[in-house]
Structures are given as structure tokens and as C-alpha cells.
Design a protein around this ligand. Structure first.
Ligand code: SF4
Ligand code: SF4
Ligand code: SF4
Ligand code: FES
Length: 949
């Protein structure tokens, strides 16, 4: 079991090829050049007292507690700020050192509350520890003089308190906010005795620039900044390493526990995706796991107008299986299907697709990745041969130019955003392609060199214009292309991009981006050193999502930016396990490992392993399932962990389809929007209640560990197994590790992956097999997975969704830091303090034209529907473009999004909807209907009949 306290080496590890040998307290030690004397001492096994130093931050040298003696040096240098030199002889203990350290500690303690026994940090306070280490026995100065003991606590942040009376002004919090998080929210105000930590201009934390990442809380050596959960529950007793269940960064956490109760989540410094950092969601927003809204017993009902009946798992599973078999007997084998979720583990999604293929006997399985990153899979497979990003996150450390397209990492992928900002502070340049002025365009100590603020829907035109400049100005990496790519396809592509119609000047009227900016950005990208492309849903969720992904791959190949550190094509995945749910064969046309169901040898392999004949025809995609439900040929659906009624476009179409089903089985933590149409409810298990793995955006497979028993008695995979058994297709797994073993046996890129190998290596980036037993951080090094890289001509085709006099604005959607996806989890946490409602962002010019003021209710009407939100006037928008988030079901963002989708994958075009916005005084008709339906469903669940015991 991981320990609660990890050894702190005081200053960061240095990586240098040259080693420096020295002696500490008579012990020889050798460390990389640039290492501090403090770190060398601790590595040599000596203890050096310290307060202002910690190994996640650069040394600062303010507390004067870490003094040492060095032969040949006068005085007592601070070991944290002194760098090792060859042959140094260091002493960490002596009578003069002890005397000085005691004096320093005495001064600190004389202005510190002496309430150690009742302090929440008791037992986990570095000040307390250091008082013991230096042997402080008395404080001579008394408490009568000036002190800070009456300073007022700041309780404004929902998750942590700031008690300045306990502050020793070590500046660790300030430095954590700058160096680790990159927000620069904190300062030390005033000087000398009056100096004090301040969030912004002396505002409370909640009103400041603080984004509640918690890095300062983690860095604070005292109880000044401390989690409210620790104050409430006391110090933890044990810990487990697990993986965040929110975004695709996949941060590793130490779940610190008291019995089966989480006390706090601390980002794991050994986590290779996050290196000890986190955001507000992973660190603090886990309270939903035990929220009172959790449904803890299975439920069934005949019609969706009936009250729910609680039943045992056995009854629920038998009922569900009976319905599925009845429906198949009546309507045919293909009348049922399943949907997997990127919020569930690899093992769970694997089992659901196995259930559908082997027990349902068809390929009607799809995943929520359909509606986010399916174009990534298609586009990267077509060009490079593998449906995944090419790098690890650490690759950014070697990047000189970052091209960020359609992604907003400070909100969507915050820990990676911190890594990006750090690299930018070191000098990396940034090009942003985004319709909105996202934070990174102009943030504290980081500024984009170019912001190509395009019209939504013109991504492909912009990528073609960038390629045009690079080709026309002789900046292509012809040597790389000649060695690594197919010549004919390249020649076609080059001819295409060189056409005058693809020049930035020709495309400017369409994209709205000044040609000079495109030219400047193209030159920087092609000649600025290692260039890496990062992109998000602003690329994929378009009618040309797959075309744009291929355009991105073309650009990376054409400039030789593939196959080494610092470059590559990197999709920033939305949910925690988007990569995994795709890898696990959740698509209707692919087995695990992206192998087509019509490929006979692959099908034979799965038939052999699963002992059943498998269908050779691809099954229904999610939108096809909805259409088939409405035309009466699709009658039953098993949805695990996905809220399609809220997250999929065309809400009214989706809910009509769900309403037409004879049996909808929903497995979730809460009665989500989809479950309001369900006939069977399987209570789900949160990530804290089950074992398994998640695969993040870097293809990194990390362990999810059960830290508490499932509140409803079964982990999600156990319920799937029970359903399969009841359907007469037995599955035999005693623990989730056996499912992963089966995945590894059947999937060439997972051959070396097991619970054991992940436990041993910490985490593994696939491919992991005989050629790469420890995984593959960077792909396509010597050759592309498909052999030669394949350029694809990316003709720009405007979306059918056009603005006109009736719908003159373009609506685009996105997410916000504090909320996550449909909000089912984060809305049930104190994160609502930052975002309690979805709003419509509108440019001041568009607002003024319509007489709209901040906070006014506005109707947003599209060709698909209408909804009402409050307006926020925002300069981030360009005139003609409005924006909203989709975290609250009553907002109805997807009532107005259309059914347009990517030509190759059906990924919905969430990012372009023509709308009109006008002042209104009451909710939309849909909102009224939704409210009535939702209230009735909540009443039906609240009045559910208890199970007979
Ligand atoms: S709040 Fe904590 S970390 Fe910040 S200066 Fe005070 S004691 Fe140091
Ligand atoms: S919580 Fe994060 S953003 Fe806020 S002050 Fe602390 S380090 Fe800065
Ligand atoms: S960045 Fe993503 S994975 Fe990391 S803590 Fe935040 S939500 Fe979780
Ligand atoms: S730890 Fe070195 S001066 Fe504070």
C-alpha cells in the first residue's frame, strides 16, 4: 500500500548527463550536475531541516533553516540554493548549525498559534516536524508583542481554507501557483513583518484569479492552506493510487482514506501524466460519489409512466434478460444493441461490446466517442495507420512551436495546460486556431504569437491555407517526406495545396482570418524548430471533422514533425477513457484493436476465444439506432454510463427514439436524463468502487483501484457479466484483471499489458508487446504504423448549416473548467460555486443590436429547436458568433444543435449551428415540457416501491 507521506527531496530532480561526486556527512554521493546540496544530502541519507523548500518547486532560500557547513566555504550556506560542486565536503549537523536552526524556529513559533494538538494538520505539519527536528524546547519571545494571530480566515473557497494566522510566509503557495499551475493568482503583499499572502488584490480566494487547482494547498507546509475535508474528517490513515475519472489527461492520484471514506485526493508525484499536479475536478470534485442522489438498488418498471419498483440484482438482471430475449424473438436478432461509455473502464467497455457481439449476436454496439473523437480514429488511421495520438505529454518539454487547434486546454485539459504554459514561459511559441479568444491567447506570462480567429466551420480552409504557404514558400521537409511517405499521394496533395484557391488571400473572405496572420503562422510552424499540433473537439465535431484530422496529419508529415520528442499530432481527448473505449472495440465495425468485423482471420480469432459465431456485418451507429427506433425496427438498448439524452445532438429526436423503445436498460450512478426513459435501472459504481484501467489521451493505461466497496453491491462489469449469464452466454471472471488478460490475449497492441505489468511500471503506453515491453511513448519513429505515411487531399466543403437572414449567428459549444460533460458528477459537487448555469456568450456588438444586456434571458432559435438561457456579454467572442456550454440538462443546448455530422464517422456537428438570438421573458416550449417531464420522473423515482425483503 502506498505510504501517506512521501520523501521530499527539497528541490527538483535535475537531468544532466554529467554526474557530480561529493561527500555528505562522510558518505559519498553522486548526483546530476545542477542538483542542490540539499537534494544531494537527502539522497545521501542525511536529514536537512527545511521549510521553504519542497521538491516540486525551484529553491527560494527564504527560511534559513537548511543551512549546512561546507569545507572551504565561509559561513553557513543555505543548502537548497547552493548547487553541488565536485569534491564538496558537506556537514549537515554541528553545534553552531543546531543553535542557528533553533533560533530560526523560535522566531517562527513565536508568531504561530500554539494549538498543535487541536490543529487539523496535527501529525502532517512540516512546521511541527521541524520544531521537533531542531529540538526546539522553549520560545523566549512570548506572545505579547506584535503578531498575526488575529488575522481573519478566508473560507470563501468551497474546498480549502486560508488561515493567515498560521502562515510562515515561506512563499511555497505563491511559487506553486506560478511554477506548477501557471495562474499567478497569489502574491506576497508588503514587506518584512507586514508581509502576507494575498489572492489577487486582497480579494477572497473565490473572487480572485484562483482556479482552485489546489497546488498551493499541497505545497503549504502548515495548516494555513488546508482542505476542508481534512478539517472535517481528520488526517487519513491509508492511501491507494488510482486515476482521475474526469478528463483525458488521466491524472494519477493518491486517494487518502479513513476506513472506506475518502479524506482527500492528492495528485501523485509519480504519475507520469500529471507529475503531482491536478485541477479542481480531480482533486476536489469527488463528493458526487457518495451524493444522496446515488441510486443504490436496481429498479424496474413496465412503462416509463409507471413508478419504479426496487428489486434485487437477480430480479433486475432476469427481467432485463427476459425482455431482451422476448424482443429478439419478436423483432429479430438485430432489434437490440448496446452503448459503451468513455467514463467506464477498459474492462467494462470491452465486456459490453463482447456482450453485444457474443450474447446479443449482432454488432449493434457504439460508444460516446462517436460524438467526440471518432474522426480522430478515422483520420489518423487513414494517414499514419494508428487511431491514436503520437506522443506522450512530456514531449511538450521539447516543443518549440505549439499549434493549438479547436481546444481550450486551460478549461478542458487543465493539467496539460499547465505543462504547456510552463514550456511557453521557457520560450516556446504558440499559434492558436480558434473562433474564440481562449485564455491562452493572452494569459498571465503567456501570450499566443498568432491567434487565427476563424469563422466556425472553416477549419479545413485554414489548414489548407497554412499548407499552401509552407509549400509555396519552400518550407516543406522534402527529405522526410521522400524517406517516409507515399510519393504519389504526396505529389497529389502538394499540387492541391499549391492551387491559388488555397492561398490565405483567396480564403480570407471565407475564414475571416487575415492572410498575413496565416502566412506568419505558417512560417513559424515550419521553421520554428520542433512543432507539435494539439487539437480538440473544435476539430472533430464538424461535418468535415475527419477531413480536418487528415489535414493536420498532412501538415505534420509535410514538415517532418512526426516520430520524435517535441513534435507530433496530439488529440486532446475529452473524457477520461475516450481512447480506451475506442481501443476496446466499441464501434459497430471494429473488434478491439481497430480490426474490422468483416476481416475473417480476426473474426475467427474472436470466435475461437469466445466460443460463438460472430456477425460479419457492421452494426448500427448511435444515430442509426435512433432512426431505427423511430422506424420501429430497433426496440431495446443497454446503455452503460452514458447520458445520450443530454449529450447527443437533436434532443427532441433522441428522446423520441428513446421513448419508442420497448426496453431501455440504463446503468448509471444517478437517474440521468436517459434513465428517465428507462424500464430497467442498474445502479452503477463510481471509479472509487471498482478495479480496472483507463487509457488517457497519450495511450497511457493506468490502474483504477477500488478504494471502497460498490455502494450498490456490484461493480459495473459484474452487472454486465450477470446479464450475459442470464442471457445464456456465460462469462467467467473473478476479478477485472482477468478481463484485461483476455484483452491482452486478443489485441496485438496490448500483449504485454496486465494488472501486474501496470503495477510494476506505474502505467503503460500502448503499443506494449514483445517489441516494446514497457510501452511506446512516441509512435511512428522509424516508419509509420501503416508503413509509408499517406497524404490525403483535403478539399474544403462548407457545411450545409448556413447563416441567413432568419438565423444570422453561428452558435458554437464548449466546456468550462469547473464542470464536466453532462455535469451529472460536477453538478453534484461544490463546483457549482463557479458555474451554476449555462449561459450564452455574445459579443457586445451583437448584444447591442438586439438590446441584450448582461444577465438578460435570451431565446436561441435554430432550425432544430429553441431554448432560453441568460446572456453574458463577452469580448472573447467575435461578432456573429455565440457560444454556450452544455453542463445543465434544462439548458437544452442540444435542443438547438442539428443532426448534421461528419461525412466519415457521423460525429455530430456540435460546433456550427445557425441561430437567431432575441430577448425573451419566459422559457422555451421545450424547456417547459422538459421541466414537467423531469419533475414527474423525479417524483416516480422518489416514490419508488422498496424491494420486498
Ligand atoms: S500559506 Fe502556506 S505556503 Fe503560503 S506562505 Fe503561508 S505557510 Fe507558506
Ligand atoms: S488553488 Fe491553484 S490557482 Fe488557486 S491560488 Fe492555489 S495554486 Fe493558484
Ligand atoms: S486535468 Fe483532467 S485528469 Fe487531471 S485532475 Fe483535472 S480532470 Fe482529472
Ligand atoms: S529550505 Fe532552504 S532556505 Fe528554506
Amino acid at each position: 500500500m502506498p505510504s501517506l507521506r512521501t520523501l521530499d527531496f527539497g528541490t527538483p530532480r535535475r537531468s544532466a548527463t554529467q554526474e557530480v561526486a561529493l561527500e555528505v556527512d562522510g558518505v559519498a554521493v553522486s548526483v546530476p550536475a545542477g542538483t542542490s546540496v540539499m537534494r544531494a544530502c537527502i539522497e545521501a541519507g542525511s536529514k536537512v531541516p527545511k521549510l521553504c523548500a519542497t521538491d516540486s518547486l525551484e529553491p527560494f532560500g527564504s527560511c534559513r533553516l537548511c543551512l549546512v557547513e561546507i569545507d572551504g566555504r565561509k559561513g553557513y550556506p543555505a543548502s537548497c540554493t547552493t548547487v553541488v560542486e565536485a569534491g564538496m565536503k558537506v556537514r549537515t549537523q554541528s553545534e553552531p548549525l543546531a543553535r542557528i536552526r533553533r533560533g530560526v524556529m523560535e522566531l517562527y513559533i513565536s508568531d504561530h498559534p500554539l494549538d498543535c494538538l487541536t490543529c487539523s494538520a496535527n501529525g502532517n505539519c512540516e512546521l511541527q516536524d521541524m520544531a521537533g527536528v531542531v529540538g526546539l524546547r522553549e520560545v523566549r519571545y512570548g506572545m505579547d508583542g506584535a503578531h498575526h494571530l488575529d488575522a481573519k480566515k478566508d473560507e470563501s473557497n468551497p474546498y480549502f481554507t486560508f488561515d493567515p494566522a498560521k502562515c510562515i510566509v515561506c512563499s511555497r503557495c505563491v511559487r506553486a501557483c506560478e511554477e506548477v499551475q501557471g495562474t499567478f493568482a497569489l502574491t506576497i503583499d508588503s514587506r518584512g513583518f507586514a508581509s502576507a499572502v494575498s489572492a489577487g488584490a486582497n480579494s477572497p480566494f473565490l473572487d480572485s484569479e484562483c482556479v482552485s487547482c489546489g497546488a498551493c494547498v499541497q505545497a503549504c507546509p502548515t495548516a494555513t492552506l488546508i482542505e476542508k475535508s481534512v478539517i472535517e474528517k481528520g488526517q487519513a490513515e491509508h492511501a491507494h493510487i488510482t486515476t482521475c475519472a474526469y478528463c483525458g489527461v488521466g491524472c494519477s492520484f493518491r486517494a487518502e482514506m479513513k476506513g472506506t471514506e475518502v479524506v482527500r485526493m492528492v495528485p501523485d508525484e509519480n504519475g507520469r501524466a500529471n507529475h503531482g499536479h491536478s485541477c479542481v475536478k480531480g482533486r476536489f470534485a469527488w463528493g458526487y460519489a457518495t451524493h444522496k442522489d446515488r441510486i443504490r438498488k436496481p429498479m424496474i418498471r413496465q412503462r416509463i409512466t409507471d413508478p419504479w419498483q426496487e428489486v434485487s440484482w437477480e430480479q433486475a438482471v432476469a427481467h432485463a434478460a427476459g425482455e431482451l430475449r422476448r424482443i429478439q424473438a419478436k423483432y429479430g436478432r438485430d432489434s437490440i444493441g448496446g452503448i459503451t461509455s468513455s467514463r467506464c473502464t477498459n474492462e467494462e467497455t470491452y465486456l459490453v461490446q463482447k456482450l453485444v457481439r457474443a450474447a446479443f449476436g449482432n454488432n449493434n454496439v457504439d460508444t460516446c466517442a462517436r460524438v467526440c473523437h471518432s474522426p480522430t480514429g478515422y483520420g489518423l488511421k487513414a494517414t499514419m495507420g494508428e487511431s491514436a495520438g503520437t506522443q506522450d505529454f512530456d514531449s511538450i518539454r521539447a516543443t518549440d512551436v505549439i499549434l493549438l487547434i479547436g481546444a481550450n486546454p486551460t478549461d478542458g485539459h487543465p493539467v496539460f495546460a499547465s505543462a504547456m504554459k510552463r514550456r511557453m514561459r521557457e520560450g516556446a511559441r504558440l499559434i492558436i486556431v480558434d473562433p474564440r479568444a481562449i485564455d491562452l491567447v493572452d494569459g498571465p506570462h503567456v501570450q499566443a504569437d498568432f491567434h487565427l480567429q476563424l469563422r466556425p466551420g472553416t477549419n479545413v480552409a485554414v489548414i489548407n491555407a497554412l499548407a499552401h504557404v509552407i509549400a509555396a514558400e519552400g518550407m516543406l521537409d522534402e527529405r522526410f517526406v521522400a524517406a517516409r511517405c507515399e510519393p504519389e499521394a504526396y505529389a497529389n496533395w502538394k499540387r492541391f495545396v499549391l492551387e491559388p484557391r488555397n492561398s490565405p488571400e483567396a480564403l480570407e473572405p471565407l475564414t475571416g482570418v487575415p492572410a498575413a496572420l496565416v502566412r506568419g503562422a505558417a512560417r513559424l510552424f515550419a521553421t520554428g524548430g520542433n512543432a507539435a499540433i494539439y487539437y480538440g473537439l473544435g476539430v472533430t465535431e464538424h461535418s468535415q471533422g475527419s477531413t480536418m484530422v487528415m489535414g493536420i496529419a498532412n501538415l505534420a508529415m509535410a514538415t517532418g514533425n512526426i516520430g520524435r520528442e517535441g513534435v507530433g499530432v496530439n488529440p486532446l481527448r475529452g473524457q477520461n477513457n475516450v481512447q480506451g473505449s475506442c481501443d476496446m472495440g466499441s464501434f459497430p465495425h471494429e473488434f478491439p484493436g481497430y480490426r474490422h468485423v468483416s476481416h475473417l482471420p480476426t473474426r475467427r480469432q474472436f470466435e475461437g476465444a469466445w466460443g460463438v459465431e460472430l456477425a460479419a456485418e457492421p452494426g448500427l451507429r448511435i444515430p442509426n439506432m435512433f432512426d431505427a427506433a423511430l422506424d420501429g425496427s430497433f426496440k431495446a438498448l443497454y446503455v452503460q454510463g452514458e447520458d445520450i439524452a443530454q449529450s447527443d445532438p437533436g434532443t427532441q429526436h433522441v428522446t423520441a427514439a428513446l421513448g419508442a423503445l420497448e426496453c431501455l436498460i440504463v446503468q448509471d450512478l444517478f437517474l440521468n436524463e436517459t434513465a428517465k426513459f428507462a424500464h430497467v435501472f442498474f445502479p452503477g459504481a463510481s471509479f472509487l468502487e471498482k478495479d480496472g484501467t483507463f487509457t488517457n489521451a497519450e495511450r497511457r493505461i493506468s490502474r483504477v483501484r477500488k478504494v471502497m466497496p460498490p455502494l450498490a453491491g456490484l461493480a459495473d462489469w459484474e452487472a454486465t457479466v450477470a446479464l450475459s449469464n442470464a442471457l445464456g452466454y456465460p462469462m467467467h471472471y473473478e476479478h477485472a484483471g482477468q478481463i484485461l488478460d483476455e484483452i491482452a490475449r486478443l489485441t496485438p497492441t496490448f500483449t504485454g499489458v496486465s494488472f501486474e505489468s501496470i503495477d510494476r511500471l506505474g502505467s503503460i503506453q500502448w503499443p506494449c508487446n514483445e517489441q516494446a515491453p514497457e510501452g511506446t511513448p512516441v509512435m511512428h519513429i522509424d516508419e509509420f504504423v501503416r508503413g509509408k505515411g499517406h497524404f490525403v487531399v483535403t478539399e474544403f466543403v462548407p457545411t450545409d448549416e448556413r447563416v441567413n437572414a432568419r438565423y444570422p449567428l453561428i452558435l458554437t459549444t464548449g466546456r468550462i473548467l469547473s464542470q464536466y460533460n453532462v455535469g451529472a458528477q460536477t453538478r453534484r459537487t461544490a463546483n457549482v460555486a463557479w458555474h451554476a448555469e449555462d449561459r450564452l456568450d455574445i459579443h457586445p456588438h451583437d448584444a447591442e443590436e438586439r438590446g441584450i444586456r448582461e444577465g438578460d434571458w435570451v431565446g436561441i432559435a435554430s432550425r432544430a429547436g429553441e431554448t432560453v438561457l441568460r446572456a453574458r456579454i463577452s469580448e472573447r467572442m467575435q461578432p456573429g458568433v455565440v457560444y454556450t456550454t452544455f453542463h445543465f440538462p434544462g439548458s437544452g443546448a442540444n435542443v438547438i444543435t442539428t443532426e448534421n455530422s461528419d461525412w466519415a464517422t457521423n460525429c455530430p456537428e456540435y460546433k456550427v449551428t445557425a441561430v437567431q438570438v432575441s430577448l425573451v421573458s419566459h422559457p422555451s416550449e421545450w424547456q417547459e415540457r422538459y421541466r414537467r417531464f423531469s419533475e414527474e420522473q423525479l417524483r416516480l423515482v422518489e416514490t419508488r416501491k422498496p424491494a420486498l425483503t
